[in-house]
Write a protein that binds this ligand. Structure first.
Ligand SMILES: NC(=O)c1ccc[n+]([C@@H]2O[C@H](COP(=O)([O-])OP(=O)(O)OC[C@H]3O[C@@H](n4cnc5c(N)ncnc54)[C@H](O)[C@@H]3O)[C@@H](O)[C@H]2O)c1
Length: 467
């Protein structure tokens, strides 16, 4: 099949790569020319600097004959003459009121509809399916169909095909998906989508689910809400029990809970915050849509509040439990990605914590992350004022820790489990360790014996031994 992808972000680039690997001919268009250049470089290292997703670089290099990237819309116009489907992978960020900002989608749709009208010498003979891969409002397929029809586009269908990828495991996950959801309205569109996904449609272990577009879009929002609430319940209730009752190890509670098949295995890590580009945004979007439909949305709000409470509570334990005031202090932040194996910093705990440290008058913020510092710098520079200059970036965790008076671990890169050694080497006590991901679990007592004060999500405050 011949496919066009509009938007080469996490979703567009990864999904397009898997389609090329599946044998389709793929053209990926993005307005960000730097991104186009890097992703189209055929150089694994350059690709990974742009989008740090395990396996993406190798896959794009391997499939180079089947996939091309462009920032030139004329190439899209040309390809529309014979394209079977256009995957819309545009950002759908939240608006101030919690709704979905569809301006990126609308801009792309306006450009596309003008071009679609001109395909096949304006005869529009080539049937094309517009596939919403972005996470969109429940009624988006109807809205998109109206938009294209009003613009004069003919001979097209609209399908909702939500993306369920997990950042950090996007390629692996896309090669072994648990489900593919196709929300369509006509047999013709379902048949085209099945052809596109034929590699997976009958594969063992894959649920190939055909529903209508509203069910598909709602299913995506609900999946993210349920996953988000699992995390918030884990942090705010399971973790809190282990924090409030001395003698209870968080990991032991987790083992008990995870052994119950009804409860399931996912989401029992503890964290200072559930960030990323999707869970918070999609929960807000669901809340807004349900609210506008007349439902009581207090429960959704409580889940959002619980996540914010967790981060505030973690941060404030420094003053309330360790008597540590951040004003005038040097603080190391270890991990700025929203989680391990990604350079995505959207809604990361570090973004909020660093802003708060600046507001609270910290003297210096010393940052280390193995992959996400360039992204963090970009995002933070946008949001920051002149006082952001107190932020310094380092190439190793050792350098970031040196001369700091407190160190906060805010992402779960596996190598952070050995940070105890780096702290012992670089940060003589008195020193406050704040473990927002329980990376040092199992070492708290021995670190306290050496004089370190420890605040960790899911543990009571541990005061260092007086040396
Ligand atoms: N990131 C995830 O884990 C994930 C998972 C599932 C679903 N989603 C959803 O998928 C959608 C895309 O998310 P993402 O993380 O890939 O976003 P992203 O911000 O990483 O990428 C979006 C890309 O679209 C490009 N773009 C913007 N306007 C454009 C235009 N007019 N024409 C062409 N390109 C344009 C941007 O330059 C950017 O490269 C969102 O709706 C998101 O909610 C994301």
């Amino acid at each position: 099949m011949k496919l066009i992808y509009i938007g080469a972000g996490f979703v567009g680039a990864c999904s397009a790569a898997v389609m090329a690997d599946s044998g389709h001919e793929v053209l990926v268009y993005d307005i960000d020319r730097e991104r186009v250049k890097m992703l189209g470089s055929k150089d694994r290292d350059i690709i990974e600097q742009c989008l740090f997703e395990k396996g993406l670089g190798d896959m794009l290099v391997r499939s180079a004959e089947k996939i091309s990237f462009t920032g030139d819309f004329v190439e899209v116009e040309r390809a529309l003459n014979y394209t079977d489907a256009i995957f819309m992978c545009l950002p759908t960020p939240e608006k101030g009121d919690g709704g979905v900002d569809l301006s990126f989608y609308d801009q792309a749709a306006a450009d596309l509809s003008a071009a679609l009208k001109k395909r096949n010498n304006s005869e529009q003979t080539q049937y094309v399916v517009l596939v919403n891969k972005s996470t969109v409002p429940i009624d988006m397929a109807d809205r998109a169909a109206a938009l294209f029809t009003e613009a004069g586009v003919k001979n097209f269908g609209v399908v909702s095909n939500p993306e369920f990828l997990v950042e950090g495991k996007a390629i692996d996950g896309s090669l072994k998906p648990d489900r593919i959801v196709i929300g369509g309205t006509s047999a013709k569109d379902f048949a085209i989508m099945k052809n596109i996904y034929q590699r997976f449609a009958t594969a063992p272990g894959v649920q190939y689910i055909e529903v209508n577009p509203k069910e598909a879009a709602a299913g995506k929002l609900l999946a993210n809400f349920l996953l988000f609430s699992r995390l918030v319940n884990t942090y705010d209730v399971v973790g809190r029990v282990a924090e409030m009752f001395p003698g209870i190890a968080y990991e032991k509670l987790r083992t008990i809970l995870m052994s119950d098949e009804r409860i399931g295995q996912w989401g029992f890590f503890n964290s200072a915050f559930s960030g990323g580009s999707c869970f918070i945004k999609d929960t807000k979007s669901l809340k807004k849509q349900l609210g506008e439909a007349g439902a009581d949305v207090a429960h959704l709000q409580r889940v959002l509040d619980g996540n914010n409470y967790q981060l505030n509570h973690f941060y404030e334990r420094a003053a309330s439990q360790a008597n540590f005031n951040f004003s005038g202090r040097s603080v190391a932040i270890i991990g700025v990605a929203f989680k391990r194996d990604t350079n995505d910093v959207r809604n990361s705990a570090a973004l909020a914590v660093v802003q708060r440290l600046i507001n609270d008058g910290a003297a210096e913020i010393r940052i280390y992350d193995p992959a996400a510092m360039p992204m963090f710098k970009k995002m933070f520079d946008l949001a920051s004022d002149a006082r952001g200059k107190i932020i310094k970036y380092f190439d190793t965790e050792d350098e970031a820790l040196q001369n700091s008076e407190a160190g906060m671990i805010l992402a779960d890169w596996p190598k952070f489990r050995t940070l105890g050694d780096a702290i012992k080497k670089n940060c003589p006590p008195p020193y406050l360790i704040m473990d927002g991901r329980r990376m040092l679990a199992g070492q708290f007592e021995s670190l306290a014996d050496l004089g370190y004060d420890i605040i960790a999500v899911g543990s009571p405050f541990v005061k260092g031994e007086e040396l």
